[in-house]
Design a binder for this molecule. Sequence first.
Ligand SMILES: NC(=O)c1ccc[n+]([C@@H]2O[C@H](COP(=O)([O-])OP(=O)(O)OC[C@H]3O[C@@H](n4cnc5c(N)ncnc54)[C@H](O)[C@@H]3O)[C@@H](O)[C@H]2O)c1
Ligand SMILES: [Zn+2]
Length: 346
Amino acid sequence: MSADPIRVVEVPLVDRSYEVHVGHGAVTRLGSLMPVRARRAVVVTQPGLDIAVDPGIAHTVVEIGLGEAHKRLTTIDDLCRSFAAAGLARNDVVIGVGGGMVTDVAGFAASVWHRGIAVVHVATSLLGMVDAAIGGKTGVNLSNDDGTAAGKNLIGSFWQPSGVICDLDHLATLPEREQRCGRGEMAKYHFLTGDDLLAMSLTDRVARCVEIKAEVVAADEREGGRRALLNYGHTLAHALEASTDHGLAHGEAVAIGLAYAARLARELGRVGDDRVAEHDRVVVDEYGLSIELPQPSDPDRLLALMATDKKSLDGGLTFVLDGPNGVEVVPGVDPAAARSALATMP
Ligand SMILES: NC(=O)c1ccc[n+]([C@@H]2O[C@H](COP(=O)([O-])OP(=O)(O)OC[C@H]3O[C@@H](n4cnc5c(N)ncnc54)[C@H](O)[C@@H]3O)[C@@H](O)[C@H]2O)c1
Ligand SMILES: [Zn+2]
């Protein structure tokens, strides 16, 4: 037996639980995740990924464009035409092979084709494995006429996959910046649970992240309460992504957002200096990420953007913050505290 065997994590949902296979070589399990009645598959992927998959049934490969600009409804329209051309029927299956963008788009297309057919994800980016491919949120951006995003993930559905593969061998070709983005989300899981993920083997680490997300999603599939905890570090992160016109990538922004959340919690008397230092140590020293605000940063703009965050109730400031009871949702945060905490950022 291999030193680091493939792990199977179950996402326990009430009526349709599914398995996530994590490990080196896990893609060989793809055939076992095909719905029994599926006769045909369409594999949705991106150019340049070059990841061979064998679902064990007849299949056609379709590529979508690279980059968020292609995460839009016209791509779904194109995909559905490909599904029709491939003869994809009610009992058949879509397979998303790629990072979060591919799995979001493939999942959404599967959720509307014939009013919903099965989808299996082969997550190939670290962020896809520990976050995007798990949990059933799918969608595309609302786009302007010129293709730029007018609202991220505004058009979408909840559509759980029938199974997910996280083959760690696929990470070998993932660019360093994308690895960093995945580490930003992993650092988040560290604070949600206190787990020392970096002490684990890569298989155990990714499997544990999947487990943490699965546990939160199972408790709250459609995001009323607990699922909001997954937004730890994300309120400032979303504001930074918008204010830098996505010059900062999501995971990079989350790293800064985690350091900020700790400082805001301290400003509100929820944690002390030690907890702030712990956030900085973990994010910077362990996960190798920067917590410096991009310069120049306009505090007024960041505060305004944070007030429009989708978690916020009635335009007030809502954050996910650490405290004596662990990480929890904190509504009605005083804008003055949010501003002071920004001023203490490196
Ligand atoms: N549904 C959810 O719950 C959820 C959660 C988080 C993020 N997302 C979405 O996920 C997307 C971001 O995902 P991402 O960070 O994976 O980015 P991505 O899918 O855009 O991938 C980043 C780049 O890496 C490339 N890539 C992927 N795997 C590779 C590999 N193994 N080798 C070489 N290159 C590879 C991609 O082709 C792309 O160019 C966003 O659209 C975001 O909205 C969704
Ligand atoms: Zn995130």
